[in-house]
Structure formats: C-alpha cells, structure tokens
Design a protein around this ligand. Structure first.
Ligand code: FAD
Length: 517
C-alpha cells in the first residue's frame, strides 16, 4: 500500500506541475537536441524497422529510434519524456532483437530504443568458484555463449534459439529443455541495472532493491529497461549426445518425461514434440540422426498416427565418451518408447545450442523466415495435460502445423515464485508451444486465418474446461483479460507499476496500461 500511495503521489504531483512549457509538436526537435553519446534517428528506414517484429502481423510506427551508446543516453531520454508529464502521449519501448510476436517491442508514436547498440558494459567473464558474466541488456545470447566458452564456461539456462537479447528474454522468462534443472533464465540472474520509467538508474539483486529485481524479471518490460545483467555460469561441456525416441501412447510419453525431470543426473536437457498425421518422418531425420537399429527403424511406419517425440541431451567431454554412453544406455533402458525408434547423434555443444539458427539459415534462403508467425505458448498444469492433449491433438489439430509443437514438463521448485512471471498453480506444469509459420496467401491449413482460428479454438477450450492454463509470452487486448491473466498477482503488478513507471511510459506494445494523458 505504501508503494501504491508513493506512486499515486508522484502521479498527482506530476499532474499539478504539468510541464506545458513544451508543446507536443516540438517533441521531435527537443529530442534531437538531447546531448547523447549515441544518436536518435527520425529516418523512415529506421522507423519502419522498429515497427516490425518476428510475428510479422502487427506494425506500430514510432516517431524516433534511439541508438544508445551508454546507459545515460537511455536515462536522459526517459527523463526527458518523463519531464513532459502526463500531457504527452510519448511512450518508450526497448527493442531487443525484435523477436516478439504481437508488437510487444513497438511504441506507436513513441520512441523505440534499439538495445543492441548499447555497447556497455563490454562483456566481462569472472571465472572462479561462482563464475558469472556481466553483459549489456542488449547483448545477444549467442555472443554470450561464444565469449564465455573462451573461458571454458557457459550460462546454465537457455532458450531454444540464441539470437535473442538478454533484456528481451529476461522480460519474459527464457525457457528451454534445461529449465527442469536450473529453472528459466530469470532464475539464473544475480544482479541487474535498470533505468526506471522516471529515468532513474538503479542496481538491484535479491539483496539490494529486491522489489525492483523481482518486478523486472518476467515483467514484460513494464518496470524498467534492463541495461546490465549478471548471469550465472558453469563449466562448459565440449559435446552433446542428442537423442530422439517416439511414443504412440501419450501416457507413457508424459510418464517418462516426468520421471526424467526428477532424475536430475540422467540428462541435461528434456523436451518433446508432437507429430500429427505425418508420414516419412524418420527419413527426414536420417540426415542428422542415426537409428540405433537401422533394419527395425526402416520398418517403422508412422501411418498418420499421432506420435510424441521425446528429445533428450546429455553433455560430456571427449574423455568421458565411454562412461557417458553406458550411462545413457542405462537411463534409456528405463523408458517405454517404441524400441525401433531410438535415434541418436553427437554434436558440439555450440551446434546443439545454436540448432534453430541452422533452420533459420535454411528458411531464410527459401524466403520462409519473414512470414507471419501466429505462435501460441501455454503453461498447462500437469493434472490437466491429458484432457488438453485428448481434445487439442485429437480434435482441434488434425495436421502437424507448418512448424513444431513443443511439449515438455518443468518443476516449479526451480522457478522463483516472486517474480512478475505468471505460472499455473500446480508444482509441475507443461510448456506447450505451437510455433507455426503461416504460408503467405494460403487458404489451407498452413494459412494465417486457419492457424489463428485454431489458436482461438484452443484458447476457448482451455477457458471452457477451466484448465487453469496461463499464456507464456502473453497477448491480450483488454485490461480485463490482463487482470484475469495475473489473477491474484494483479494488485501487486499494479502497485509495482505505480512505483517504477507511474506515467506508464514503458513497453506500451504489451497493451497492459495506457499512458495517462
Ligand atoms: P523483443 O521482442 O525486442 O522484446 C520483448 C519485450 O521485452 C518487449 O516488451 C520489449 O519492450 C521488452 N524488452 C526488450 N529488451 C528489453 C530490455 N533491455 N529491458 C526491458 N525490456 C526489454 N522464448 C523462450 O522462452 N524459449 C524459447 O525457446 C524461445 N524460442 C524462440 C525462438 C524463436 C525463433 C523466436 C523468434 C522467439 C523465441 N522465444 C523463446 C521467445 C523470445 O524469448 C521472446 O520473443 C523475446 O521477447 C525475444 O527477445 P528479443 O530480444 O527479440 O526481445
């Protein structure tokens, strides 16, 4: 309540001291005159770029794009906009790599900050007993991987794709097959530097300004701009044994997945995906995955059945190969997959982590990367995953979409409960990600309209059946929906907003708050 009152007072004071000495139409010229180490651009080509994202469906044009060279460039710009008070509609969106899906990093008529041009701090790896790396909020994870590997170290928790920024993934959660062991990326950060919605630069961690630290993690960019982060590291392996096995029985599939996320030492990565009505699947895999038993594998026919693929990885160094092979064999012997469908390959650690980039290069060469991506990501409580699978994979989705459908469980005990991230109530929940690419101008099942209508049916079913599902990378258009999404966390989210961004200047593309004018 004290936080709320403080925020309210700030809002009130800024209202009565309305700084009308700036006229709204003069905003671009006053922004131009800001003394910056970087620069601010009003060029159409820059504005157009900032108005697009990976989702390729929403476009909001900003009036300017800031290319900061220092943290004070960001702080001074936000302070400048804060000084206009609530009299202007000017907002600010940090843009990481622009890999949002529905305009979350855009700012209609506002200022977009191109975080990738923020070059401070230079990456600094600290080896020793508890190793960590200090990075800029605009740094790409792929660059962090390469830099830390020079010291034989690596971050512990990843996303499936590494050409995303630290600030972008920490504003959501950052989830991949390592999350069962280490939690998401937001559970692997020690310290942050933040520029709040009033232009104040603050350091925060569990111990220092803990409220801000927890607000920003998973905070959808609502409470401040992440300008620096300290990320925990661990010793890096050289190689990865990468395994895929198939199940026709969903119960056996999830039972094995759930067993594996508690068998902490068995594998380093546990994911899975769904295959609906596809033939010839194993032939596709042969180029990179080798069947354990080529004769039996060649006899396996998917025959259009719905199959569930468990995907596992074990990290190792070359001198451990023999031992790791034995261990992997032992752990696999406890699983109930279809015996003829064991496929394996060995790749370097970098090739494993950067695997989606290889698909990106292929898709780009065919002009299929910059298409609409009507993605839907859901967190589903463990006790409801069977109902969900029966209806969604049995009735709603009749074809494998043009893009993977991921499904894997995580245990909440590894996730920090007091960040802004919204999770289901239960201790174990599944991430189910429908990652479709729409084929432009198709009216068929791979067309945008069809995929959107399918997503809508999935969401309506979840609502109707009261599954307690939460959207990950959430997208809503009304505050009522946001309220329902946050549930009992809504009040605290509001209070935090009133303290750290009382004029609702930041991340307008999330459509949670509107700047008060
Ligand atoms: P942007 O899209 O630019 O920004 C996202 C949001 O964060 C916006 O609201 C923006 O204003 C805000 N923001 C950006 N930078 C900052 C900052 N420095 N400080 C404060 N706020 C900021 N996610 C997963 O969890 N796991 C995955 O495996 C995964 N795989 C993906 C694969 C692909 C191919 C793609 C395109 C996305 C994937 N994602 C995954 C989703 C990804 O984590 C989010 O889309 C993320 O927002 C993208 O990061 P970005 O750096 O491009 O951020």
């Amino acid at each position: 309540n004290i936080l709320f009152i403080r925020g309210f007072m700030i809002l009130f004071i800024s209202c009565i001291t309305l700084r009308l000495n700036f006229s709204i139409s003069s905003i671009p010229s006053t922004l131009k005159s800001l003394p910056l180490e970087g620069h601010i651009s009003f060029e159409e080509v820059d504005l157009k770029h900032a108005a697009r994202d990976f989702g390729n469906r929403y476009q909001s044009h900003p009036i300017a794009v800031l290319h900061p060279k220092s943290v004070s460039d960001i702080a001074d710009t936000i302070k400048h906009i804060w000084n206009y008070g609530p009299g202007s509609q000017l907002t600010v969106a940090a843009r990481g790599h622009g890999h949002s899906l529905q305009g979350q990093a855009q700012a209609h008529g506002g200022v977009v900050i191109n975080m990738e041009s923020l070059s401070v701090p230079e990456m600094q790896v600290h080896a020793g007993e508890s190793p960590y790396v200090d990075v800029s909020g605009g740094e790409l994870w792929i660059n962090i991987l390469h830099e830390t590997l020079r010291y034989g170290l690596t971050p512990r928790s990843w996303t499936d794709y590494l050409h995303l920024t630290v600030g972008g993934t920490l504003s959501n959660a950052g989830v991949s097959g390592q999350a069962f062991r280490h939690g998401p990326q937001i559970s692997n950060v020690q310290k942050l530097e933040i520029v709040t919605g009033t232009g104040e630069v603050m350091n925060c961690s569990e111990e220092q300004n803990g409220e801000l630290f927890h607000s920003v993690l998973g905070g959808l960019g609502q409470f401040g701009i992440i300008t620096k982060a300290r990320i925990f590291l661990e010793p890096a392996p050289a190689m990865v044994k990468w395994i895929r096995v198939l199940y026709a029985d969903f119960t056996a599939f999830t039972r094995d997945q759930e067993q594996l996320i508690f068998a902490e030492k068995a594998f380093d990565y546990v994911e899975g995906f769904v295959i609906i009505n596809k033939t010839g699947l194993l032939n596709n895999w042969r180029s990179s995955f080798n069947p354990q038993d080529p004769v039996q594998a060649s006899k396996f026919k998917s025959d259009g059945r719905t199959l569930f693929c468990l995907e596992l990885a074990k990290y190792y160094n070359l001198e451990e190969t023999l031992l790791v092979n034995q261990e992997v064999e032992k752990h696999l012997s406890h699983l109930n997959y279809i015996p003829s469908t064991l496929f394996q390959t060995e790749v370097t650690y970098v090739d494993f982590l950067d695997r989606v980039h290889i698909s990106e290069i292929k898709l780009r060469s065919k002009g299929l990367w910059d298409v609409p991506h009507p993605w839907l990501n859901l967190f589903i409580p463990k006790t409801k995953i069977h109902n969900f699978a029966e209806v969604v994979f049995g009735n709603i989705m009749t074809e494998t979409s043009n893009g993977p459908v991921l499904i894997y469980p995580v245990n909440k005990s590894k996730w920090d409960n007091i960040t802004s991230l919204v999770m289901p109530e239960e201790d174990i929940f599944y991430l189910v990600a429908f990652l479709a690419s729409a084929v432009p101008s198709s009216n068929g099942p791979d067309g945008l309209e069809h995929i959107l209508s399918q997503n809508k049916k999935i969401l309506e079913y979840c609502e109707r059946a009261h599954l307690g599902v939460k959207q990950y990378l959430p997208h809503y258009t009304t505050q009522e929906e946001w309220r329902a999404h946050f549930g009992s966390q809504w009040e605290i989210f509001l209070q935090r907003k009133s303290v750290y961004d009382p004029l609702a200047i930041l991340a307008p593309g999330q459509r949670i708050f509107q700047k008060s004018i």
